[in-house]
Design a protein around this ligand. Structure first.
Ligand code: XBP
Ligand code: MG
Length: 256
């Protein structure tokens, strides 16, 4: 089956957003006078729960199970997460958060090659739009044939729901697509939907288990700034290009 579309995760894959997410959580906690603070070690542990509101609720259960079980906990978590989202979007608009190496180039090359682009993420559609607008301009939103985000599905990653949703939107079988992810949760989600998956690790995910990935890379690389291969099948050149995506898709078809 020929490769027809690439489905990108957002957080940690398009850009290193997690430190901005963490800062936004902490700012919201301070505004609400909660006395909570998530340092990098704690946040790394909490990241195994995808989705910001679920992450807040998990932490709350860990530090104060009785309060977390109260009827008022859910609406407070919702308001806290809404405020965190507003702060995050302000940070993205003003903070100059760059796309990861090779992302803008690969998006451009894939479009030129006639591949369709899509997004499958746990974060909200508003966050996706803000990030893409800030990094590539508002017109780039139209580059994506499908944007699957946040609460549009019942079960978050590592469940396959968001990838199933995006495949339905694209009207393509999994074998005609590849996923690009940064985390074990993302890999499990994409693989459970039948997608061949390439991983670009980041500081929060680099020690996770990426068994089953077609390749595990430092990043997508640039011709002038090669990527490093940490596992799986290395790209033929210095960076990930459309020819290599097609090779990985063929490899994936062979092992399905
Ligand atoms: C995305 C996430 C997070 C964000 C949460 O997971 O869960 O990275 O911290 O964003 P993935 P929200 O990259 O696997 O899709 O607070 O907007 O949920
Ligand atoms: Mg991610």
């Amino acid at each position: 089956m020929t490769l027809e579309a690439i489905i990108f995760d957002v957080d940690g894959t398009l850009a290193e957003t997690e430190e901005a997410h963490r800062a936004a959580f902490n700012a919201a906690f301070a505004e609400f006078g909660l006395g909570w603070h998530w340092d990098q070690d704690l946040y790394g542990r909490l990241l195994t729960t995808a989705g910001g509101r679920a992450r807040i609720e998990r932490y709350w259960r860990e530090v104060d199970p009785a309060a977390a079980a109260a009827a008022s906990a859910r609406p407070l978590a919702v308001r806290l997460h809404e405020r965190k989202t507003a702060i995050f979007q302000e940070l993205v608009r003003t903070g100059g958060l760059p796309l990861r190496p090779g992302v803008a180039r690969l998006l451009r090359e894939a479009r030129e090659a006639g591949l369709r682009l899509a997004i499958a993420t746990t974060t909200s559609e508003g966050n996706v739009e803000t990030l893409i607008t800030a990094t590539l301009g508002a017109a780039a939103l139209r580059w994506f044939a499908a944007i699957g985000a946040g609460d549009v599905v019942r079960d978050r990653k590592p469940a396959p729901d968001i990838y199933h949703h995006v495949l339905r939107q694209l009207n393509l079988p999994a074998g005609a697509c590849l996923a690009i992810e940064d985390s074990e949760n993302g890999l499990r989600s994409a693989r459970a939907a039948g997608l061949g998956t390439v991983i670009t690790v980041n500081p929060y995910t680099r020690r996770e288990d990426f068994e089953g990935a077609l390749a595990v890379l430092s990043d997508l690389g640039e011709p002038t700034r090669p990527c490093r291969t940490l596992g799986g099948t290395a790209p033929a050149g210095d960076c990930v290009d459309v020819a290599m995506l097609r090779e990985w898709a063929a490899l994936n078809a062979g092992r399905r």
